[in-house]
Design a protein around this ligand. Structure first.
Ligand code: ASP
Length: 327
C-alpha cells in the first residue's frame, strides 16, 4: 500500500515536472540567452558566433549574449556549458576541438558524447598557415627550410591543446618532421595581436581571422589547408600545391546545449540558427572571410551529432600516432 502510494506520488510528481517543462518550453525564451564561446573575444570562433547570435536574437525575441570562456584549448568553456542548467539559457558554440579534445585529453571535466544535446552545425572553415610580416621566408618551401634550420628559436602560436590552431600546428610539425616552441593563448584573437606585433613567428588559423590581415599585407600567408584555392584568398596556394602533401584540415563549428534540454527548446534554437545561416548579411560576411555557412539540413541536431561522432573516430588515430596528450 505504502509502496503503491509512493509510486503514485512519484508518477504525479513526474507528470507535474513534465507539464512544467512543456509549459516553459512553450514560452521560451523569456530572458537573455548566453552563448559560450570557449575562446577569447576577437578570434574566429568569436567572430562566427557574434554574426550568428545577432540574427538569432531577432528570431528568438531575446538577446543572445556572447560570453568568452577561453583556456585549455576550449575545454573550460565546454565544461561550463556541460554543467549549466538544461533550460536553454546557456548554450555553446564550439568547433572541431569538441572532437579532438576527446582524444587529446586523458581526462576531461565532461563526457563529450553524453554531456550535450545537439542544436546544429554552423560553418565549415579552412585554415591558413601564416607568419609575421617580417619573417624572411617568402613561400612554403622556404618556410619549411627556415623552420628546420631554426627549430630552437621558431615560435608557434596556438589557442591551447584542443584548439583548431593546435591541431593544424600538430599536423604541420609532423608533416615537416620538426618540433618548434609552442606559445599557447586563450584564443587566436590575442595570438593574432602578437603575430601582428612580431612577438611570435608563425600560426595556423581559420580564414575568419586571417583573411583581412593577409589581404592588408600585415602577415605572410604560406598555404591554405584546403583541397582547392579559396575564393576569398585566390593568391594563396594550397599546401599540396606548394609541395606539402597530407597537410589538409577543415574546421567546422556546432551549437550544443546541456544534456536534458527539452526538445521544444532545441527545436527553437535550431530554427533560429537556420534563419541566421540563411541571412543575406551573415552569408556576405562569411563569404568575405572564406567561411561557408552550413545548409538547413546540416544545421540540425542529428547532423551535428553524426559529424561529432565521425570526427572523433577520424582524428583519434591521427592524434594517437602523433602521441600528443594533455592531462
Ligand atoms: N578557433 C581558434 C583555435 O581553435 C581559437 C579562437 O577561436 O580564438 O585556434
Amino acid at each position: 500500500m505504502i509502496f503503491k502510494l509512493a509510486r503514485r506520488a512519484a508518477t504525479v510528481a513526474g507528470l507535474v515536472a513534465a507539464t512544467t517543462a512543456a509549459a516553459w518550453a512553450q514560452t521560451y525564451p523569456t530572458r537573455p540567452i548566453t552563448v559560450v564561446v570557449p575562446f577569447s573575444a576577437g578570434g574566429p570562433t568569436d567572430t562566427v558566433t557574434r554574426l550568428v547570435a545577432e540574427v538569432m536574437s531577432k528570431e528568438l525575441g531575446q538577446q543572445v549574449v556572447v560570453e568568452n570562456v577561453g583556456g585549455a584549448g576550449g575545454t573550460l568553456g565546454a565544461a561550463r556549458v556541460a554543467k549549466a542548467a538544461p533550460d536553454g539559457y546557456t548554450i555553446l558554440l564550439h568547433h572541431i576541438g569538441m572532437a579532438t579534445s576527446a582524444t587529446l585529453y586523458r581526462k576531461l571535466p565532461y563526457d563529450t558524447l553524453n554531456a550535450f544535446e545537439y542544436v546544429g552545425l554552423v560553418t565549415e572553415v579552412p585554415m591558413t598557415l601564416v607568419g609575421r610580416a617580417n619573417l624572411e621566408a617568402t613561400d612554403l618551401k622556404s618556410l619549411i627550410d627556415y623552420v628546420k634550420a631554426n627549430k630552437e628559436k621558431v615560435t608557434y602560436a596556438n589557442a591551447g591543446i584542443g584548439a583548431a590552431s593546435h591541431l593544424c600546428g600538430m599536423l604541420f610539425q609532423s608533416a615537416v618532421e620538426t618540433q618548434v616552441t609552442t606559445v599557447p593563448y586563450k584564443g587566436t584573437g590575442p595570438a593574432m595581436t602578437d603575430l601582428l606585433g612580431g612577438q611570435v613567428d608563425i600560426m595556423c588559423d581559420q580564414t575568419t581571422n586571417t583573411t583581412n590581415q593577409i589581404k592588408g599585407g600585415k602577415i605572410k600567408a604560406y598555404a591554405t589547408t584546403s583541397p582547392a584555392r579559396l575564393a576569398a584568398l585566390p593568391d594563396v596556394p594550397t599546401a599540396a600545391e606548394a609541395g606539402l602533401k597530407g597537410f589538409e584540415v577543415g574546421i567546422w563549428h556546432g551549437v550544443y546545449a546541456p544534456k536534458g534540454t527539452p526538445k521544444d527548446i532545441l527545436d527553437k534554437l535550431t530554427a533560429a540558427l537556420q534563419k541566421a545561416l540563411a541571412d543575406e548579411n551573415v552569408k556576405a560576411r562569411f563569404a568575405e572571410l572564406g567561411t561557408v555557412p552550413s545548409t538547413a539540413e546540416e544545421a540540425t541536431g542529428p547532423a551535428l551529432k553524426t559529424k561529432l561522432e565521425s570526427e572523433i573516430t577520424r582524428w583519434e588515430p591521427v592524434i594517437k600516432a602523433a602521441g600528443v596528450y594533455a592531462d
